[in-house]
Design a protein around this ligand. Sequence first.
Ligand SMILES: Cc1ncc(COP(=O)(O)O)c(C=O)c1O
Length: 353
Amino acid sequence: MVRQREAVERLPAYVQGKSLADAVKLSSNENPYPPLASVADAVRDRLSTFHLYPDMGAVALRERIAAQHGVRPEEVAVGAGSVEVASQLINASAGQGDEVVFPWRSFEAYPILVQVAGATPVPVPLTADERHDLDAMAAAVTDRTRVVFICTPNNPTGTVVRADELERFLAAVPKDVLVVIDEAYVHFDTAPDSADGLDFFRRHENVAVLHTFSKAYGLAGLRVGYAIAPERVATNLRRVSVPFAVTDLAQTAAIASLDAEAELDARVELIVAERERVLAALREQGWAAVDSFGNFVWLRTGERTPEIDGALRDGGVVGRAYGVDGLRVTIGSPEMNDRFLAAIAAIPAASAE
Ligand SMILES: Cc1ncc(COP(=O)(O)O)c(C=O)c1O
């Protein structure tokens, strides 16, 4: 039999949000709105050249991102979605015998990517109010720790890390440990005291920020994300990246999206307003939901999770169930959210805890 890495064969597969015919798909934190006309036009203009390889250095895109954030292009690294960039960050920093600390529950790719790199995942449970336990995370850092992930807003709970608590955390973590602030949902974050990843990047030599075009910008299907990292780290991210992973169409769409910021912001505002409406309606129905600052809401449904997930599907709505922890439901268009609220209204909330 062909030899394969044992660590790989033990890995759980990454679970994609499910779709069901005739059901509303609220399982993948996607943007419910179709591509903007200007972005679609820019992509269409490049359709006649996809027999050629893309610019491997993604120079134009990195320059545009750098200008957007007031950093240098040398501090920007791109990948096929921010999940690929997260993988680059781990591969560049941690190998066999090294540890990577992250909150749990959080983005489910973290433990998988860490094990693929041959490193050891160190998940640190969230607090009872669904937030990062930064004291416990700082205590989990050892001589072997190479990377710490901070996910704010956190997927799937929607809670944020405050600037003051992150400042304290960074003071407690050695400068040779890379702290990655994953801000996939930053555009939806309306909390007044959240940590601003770029501000931390500018003031701390060991901080990298992870951003994506998949959520607020609605380019999930084109796969493009980036890190802003200290130049030495960013150079290494390019070294470990899959060559040509970010297609020309993705690079083009990302630049066009940065040029359409005002239009995209209007969509983000709609999603945020819908999130607040959905949260209020859920609480009205008796569900205990924490405040969320992403494009999704989180219900800690515990043992009842599979039952509630099934009842929602019967009602024509697919959310994302996490074992017996809880259920995450993406904020969609007003019509999609109405279907979710109607479906969940049919489920008794009182005994959900
Ligand atoms: C916290 C977080 N980070 C990163 C990603 C990766 O997104 P993408 O690879 O589409 O950029 C996701 C996707 O759901 C996420 O929730």
